[in-house]
Design a binder for this molecule. Sequence first.
Ligand SMILES: [Zn+2]
Length: 280
Amino acid sequence: MVLVRATGIRGTVLAVATVLGLSLLPAGPARAGEPLPAPTPPTPTARTIDDVARGWRAAAPATLVVGRSVQGRPIVAHRQGPATAPYVLLVLGQMHGSEPRGRDVVRAMGALAPPAQLQVWTIPTMNPDGAARGRRTNARGVDLNRNFPYLWSSRYSSRALYYPGRASGTEPEVRAMVAFLDRLRPALIVSLHQHYTAVDLGTGKVRVWSLRLASAMRLRSVVVPCRSGPCSGTMTAWFNHGHPGSAVTVELPLTVSPALAAAYARSILRVGAMLVPPAA
Ligand SMILES: [Zn+2]
């Protein structure tokens, strides 16, 4: 048994180290001819894809051109609320140029202040060329809601109104939205259409948000059929398949007065506020 005289915690540690034959004393300067000790490599920090999205959002300006249409018109996104707010709602006012009233809802949202911890992004239209002509498709005659890169199908190419393009993701408007949504990673997307007058129930994870939106907006909740046949290449299905957030289609009525648009905006924001967990 080795007896070591030690006082205090440091002394005790040194005493134990001495017994174990270890040296905890700091190494002296390297002598000439001795190799320097290798520097300790920094601990790698693993950033998740959500960390990257948070960083991207924090650096993004409040108004952003996310891409351009076939004819070069800008697709513009606006943010309300702080860029560092952790919860993200996105409202898309228009995908089909013949369905303009969602833009009124988006405009009305601009007058509302989001609650703490929520940032609200709005895109008035992702189809400015179709909007300029008042037609469903983009300038190349493609239904953008059949061109997203998930479950894309060419089956309905003969039906001009729902033409999905010659392949998935061919349209610049769709590519712009895919790139933007992959970076933004919103927790909830509300995609406004007309005029089936219902909230699409969707499946699985989105159903709770569909029901909340239907209740708040006083719309029925049903499975909205894709009139071209089985849904293929839609934005919501693409997003819901590959992202943790939920994307819900809301079909507004044919006629939406300014007062109703404002009421819808308030309702959507109320549902968006549910993304923020109640304070403990
Ligand atoms: Zn539509």
